[in-house]
Write a protein that binds this ligand. Structure first.
Ligand SMILES: *Cc1c(COP(=O)(O)O)cnc(C)c1O
Length: 403
């Protein structure tokens, strides 16, 4: 019998932040109080009329929502099968979906009377979106970033500084995302009264996976309505790329109780045999990272494995606990696209539609292109999570113009 998902979002996670066997809060005792404070404030504030109205107004007048759903007719024709539609999250202010939860987190901070937003960033995308929210709300912003990433992601470092954020270099360990997370948590622990920690995806200890999903759910709510308006029905297939999983949860959450088939796409990088990938759901085992339980790419000791993807926003060894749960229940299917398929989708979308996608989003487009051929007819809705401006130099220097 098909499972009923009509009350799923209200009932998931449970009161302790469990999504089935995943999620929870595996945190040092000093963090229990601050996490509880954020959770309780969120439950109260997010239901208040004033908060909902203010967030709605920000979405419309500042972010540029609703973003359109677009029928990619030339791409569909080129594939020769199902019709492909794109939810244009690339058209958000700052160029990606991350602003959806950063504005929510900033507004929550304001209602809680906090003065400072603290977070880590890897490639700098979350840092830029959060620095934008901080500027909008007139809050201080402190972004922790590994020294290796600071050297690699110069334009995003410049953006964060222009937006008024303080970028804190992290110089221990591998000097990348994992160390930046530790550093940001330490800074937050020193000052939980005036600061709030703002996570970058549907990951971390309870309540973050729920809170970020809820702030991203606007993507799915809009897309479902827009798609029905355009076609008179629901998409046969919906899909999104999965790093931590926030843009995917945003889209998927609105369709869980529908007949639509749902596919999350993870980066297969240079292929399964090389180990150079970040396909957590396909090759990982349950484990604990950054305060929560999920599928995890790990070594024999349970330490997170080094991961790789051509799209730096997808190279995380864990994944949101809700995705882990939805995989086990069978409601969502998870698959992969490798670097080569991603680049092919990137160049094809540029040429057929005049849209330059983020390399992250191109993984979902790659899957849709393959699936469209298999399906022969029907419809596929893709979450185009971001635009590719940040990736242009990398792509052209290493792969030319795709000729
Ligand atoms: C960060 C990012 C992602 C991956 O994050 P999720 O939480 O999995 O959505 C995907 N697309 C873009 C454009 C990003 O910047």
């Amino acid at each position: 019998m098909k499972k009923d998902y009509s009350n799923y979002l209200q009932n998931t996670p449970d009161a302790d932040g469990n999504f089935g066997n995943y999620g929870g809060a595996f945190i040092p005792p000093q963090l229990t109080g601050p996490m509880k404070e954020i959770h309780e404030a969120y439950l109260k504030i997010s239901r208040s009329h004033r908060f909902i109205e203010e967030l709605r107004s920000i979405r419309k007048h500042y972010q540029g929502r609703p973003t359109p759903v677009y029928h990619a007719a030339r791409l569909s024709e080129k594939c020769g099968g199902a019709q492909i539609y794109l939810k244009r999250e690339d058209l958000n202010h700052t160029g990606a979906h991350k602003i959806n939860h950063c504005m929510g987190e900033g507004l929550l901070a304001k209602y809680m009377g906090k003065k400072k937003l603290i977070a880590e960033t890897g490639a700098g995308q979350h840092g830029v979106a959060l620095a934008t929210a901080a500027a909008y709300f007139g809050l201080e912003c402190e972004i922790h970033m590994g020294e290796v990433d600071i050297a690699k992601e110069h334009p995003n470092v410049v953006r964060m500084k222009l937006l008024g954020a303080k970028v804190v270099p992290v110089s221990h360990g591998l000097k990348t995302l994992k160390e930046a997370v530790d550093s940001a948590f330490q800074a937050y622990l020193k000052d939980p009264q005036t600061a709030i920690y703002c996570i970058g995806s549907v990951v971390g200890p309870h309540p973050f996976p729920m809170l970020v999903r809820d702030f991203q759910s606007v993507v799915g709510i809009e897309a479902r309505e827009q798609f029905q308006e355009m076609t008179g029905g629901l998409p046969d297939v919906i899909t999104a790329c999965v790093g931590g999983g926030s843009n995917a949860m945003g889209l998927f959450s609105a369709f869980l109780n529908d007949p639509s088939e749902i596919w999350g796409v993870e980066p297969l990088g240079r292929g399964p045999k090389t180990g150079d990938h970040a396909a957590t759901m396909s090759y990982g085992m349950p484990g604990i990272i950054h305060g929560f339980k999920c599928y995890l790419l790990q070594d024999e000791k349970g330490e997170p494995s080094p991961v790789y993807s051509i799209a730096s926003g997808l190279d995380y060894p864990g994944v949101g606990p809700e995705h882990s749960h939805l995989k086990d229940t069978g409601r969502v299917h998870y698959t992969t696209a490798d670097d080569k398929a991603c680049l092919n989708a990137f160049f094809t979308l540029c040429r057929t539609e005049g849209i330059i996608p983020a390399l992250e989003s191109a993984h979902a487009v790659a899957f849709a292109m393959k699936k469209a051929v298999e399906m022969k007819s029907g419809t596929i809705l893709v979450n185009l999570s971001g635009r590719g401006d940040k990736d242009l130099d990398f792509v052209v220097d290493n792969h030319g113009y795709g000729d």
